[in-house]
Design a binder for this molecule. Structure first.
Ligand code: NAG
Ligand code: NAG
Ligand code: NAG
Ligand code: NAG
Length: 388
């Protein structure tokens, strides 16, 4: 009886204010007001009975959905495999790099996918701002929707103005300032990889600049990359001052002189190597501290690190053609006067290379650097030049 006494006591306390108001000698409550309160009370009781009845009735019909919606009123079907494999609809998130890289490093331990997966190529554009070659890329991508995705890293201040019909619309990732030859450039590349890794359907990752163009049609590019046993990361041992000459003894024992590699910044890697790059915390601090200009870290960090970690997965060459023949610190850039059928024939008929350990003449899928003035001629003649 103890409990009951307690509970009735608290009920009494709850009533006290009412009692006090009703019996207040100085302000006698008008009978009308009292009636009004009683009416409200009655309506309230009636309404709560009705809603109770209604919810019972509904529960019988859709027991499961009612139970679900009671716990997660906003999320739709959050516990299906769909929620784990769905392509993220919005690229803008609020993770910082540490959070993003951690999330991006998740790797399933079961190799077989329990759903149908069409592996995609992620085209990652590392740019300052506009993409002058966008119309040529649009032609290249046309009709291949399910086999690619696009990510753009530009200066944070840049406001893109792609129309909603463009393949580049809404493809900007949260970006930070990246300076050429500095670690912030590698950070931007890792940020692109990490964002692209969030989509489980991306299997290959191509880094491109605003001055890059495709020089083969999409079917050839897709087949070439998807059937390769190796990833196309340029990587070679250069004994000269611009190669081994940039190595710093303080990087050992993590990186020895014989491990030191150089390669083009414009790479293609598979998912495994992309995770290797994003998760790295062993080599990163060494390069950050000891590879500063005139050591250009974006030419050494990924080639060297991957050559140590996963040498058997590297083709050691780039898919992006570039012309260094004019000498100097920057490769040649081509404008509208350079663009001829002959120009591209010379690229296609260049030195042979190895593909899956076999010699081949098809060595390049992309080329740089092209000035905005080259665009119109490229678009007008892309069928003749590139077969798209
Ligand atoms: C792509 O190019 C190759 C060779 O140039 C050609 O055989 C093929 O038909 C082209 N594919 C498409 C879809 O245009
Ligand atoms: C660098 O050399 C040291 C000493 O010979 C060795 O212990 C270390 O494993 C080497 N590092 C790599 C990455 O091979
Ligand atoms: C690329 O170079 C590494 C050494 O850095 C070597 O182990 C690997 O076999 C090379 N890849 C190919 C395809 O030759
Ligand atoms: C390419 O397109 C331009 C128009 O922009 C045209 O003048 C030119 O003759 C075309 N052909 C070649 C081979 O450049």
């Amino acid at each position: 009886m103890h409990t009951r006494g307690g509970s009735s006591g608290s009920l009494e306390e709850g009533k006290t204010p009412y009692v006090r108001i009703i019996n207040h000698p100085n302000r006698p409550l008008p009978l009308r007001l009292l009636q009004f309160f009683l009416l409200l009370l009655g309506l309230g009781i009636l309404f709560s009975f009705l809603s109770l009845y209604a919810s019972r009735y509904l529960k019988v019909e859709t027991e499961v959905s009612v139970v679900h919606s009671r716990f997660q009123p906003c999320a739709r079907e959050p516990n299906t495999i769909e929620s784990w494999i769905r392509t993220p609809s919005n690229l803008l998130h609020h993770m910082n790099d540490d959070e993003l890289f951690w999330r991006a490093s998740f790797v399933p331990q079961i190799q077989q996918f329990p759903f149908k997966r069409s592996p995609k190529i992620a085209f990652m554009f590392l740019t300052r701002g506009p993409l002058p070659m966008a119309p040529l890329w649009e032609k290249f991508f046309d009709g291949n929707d399910k086999l690619y995705s696009i990510y753009i890293h530009s200066l944070p201040s840049y406001q893109p103005d792609f129309p909603p019909s463009s393949v580049f619309y809404g493809r900007q990732i949260p970006s930070q300032v990246a300076e050429w030859g500095m670690m912030s450039m590698c950070d931007a590349e890792r940020r692109l990889l990490a964002n692209a890794l969030l989509d489980i359907s991306n299997e290959w990752f191509v880094l491109l600049s605003e001055a890059c163009i495709p020089i083969q049609n999409f079917s050839i590019v897709y087949r070439y990359i998807s059937r390769s046993r190796y990833s196309f990361m340029g990587s070679f041992d250069d004994p000269g001052p611009y190669g081994r000459g940039r190595y710093d003894e303080k990087m050992s024992p993590e990186v020895n002189l014989t491990d030191w590699r150089k390669g083009s910044q414009w790479f293609e890697v598979n998912r495994k190597l992309a995770v290797d790059i994003v998760e790295d915390s062993l080599y990163y601090p060494k390069f950050e501290k000891f590879c500063r200009p005139a050591c250009y870290v974006d030419e050494h960090y990924f080639p060297t690190m991957l050559s140590i970690k996963s040498p058997h997965l590297l083709a050691n060459r780039s898919l992006t053609w570039v012309d260094w023949s004019r000498g100097g610190a920057h490769p040649a850039a081509f404008g509208k006067d350079d663009i001829t059928h002959e120009f591209f024939k010379n690229i296609f008929d260049g030195e042979p290379c190895f593909y899956n350990n076999q010699p081949t003449s098809l060595c390049f899928l992309f080329a740089r650097k092209f000035a905005p003035s080259a665009l119109d001629k490229l678009v007008a003649n892309s069928t003749l030049f590139f077969g798209f």
